[in-house]
Ligand binder design. Sequence first.
Ligand code: GRF
Length: 205
Amino acid sequence: LKLGVLISGRGSNLQALIDACAAPDFPAEIALVLSNKADAFGLERAAKAGIPTAVVSHRDFPGDKAAFETAMDAQLRQAGVQLVCLAGFMRLLSPLFVSLWHDALINIHPSLLPSFKGLDTHERALQAGVRFHGCTVHYVRVEMDVGPIVAQAAVPVLPDDDAHSLADRVLESEHALYPHAVRLIAEGRAHVDGERVRIDGAATV
Ligand code: GRF
């Protein structure tokens, strides 16, 4: 399965996907890494791995989100992308892009959805006093951080945690979860069924 990975920054989840795709038996490859920021560190990770990159800056399309998204869509189609993976992509996608990639667009979010949608999830998890936190890979719908869940991983919240230590623990689980979720989809084992994803066979990380 040909992946397009959309990033805006650090790209540690991109790196996890690059590393997973390097294994000979992994059923996906990254056809394009697309960033809306020219200085995203993830672009260096992609270049180092010999993966094609492109930058489509939202700043080149002031006030015209449709044109920005059409330009991204064109790059992805041209590269033969079949599944778009958001990995720290920090622009909200409009209904246009979401419909162009319906059921072919996934995101990783640093919480156990539907808890803690949006930003600052680790701070809010600590404030709420939850004992478990984690991450979710889900198909993207128009509403932010909503959509059929492909996979989740939970981590404990420890008594001495601050937002940084908790974020580190969650991030480590993200790096295992994203390749796992992509594998389920690439192997044809994830079926979107209304608001849920049905998984064939054993499906733990
Ligand atoms: C991750 O925590 C991801 O869940 C969230 O943004 C962060 C991106 O980190 N959507 P990285 O760029 O993959 O290192």
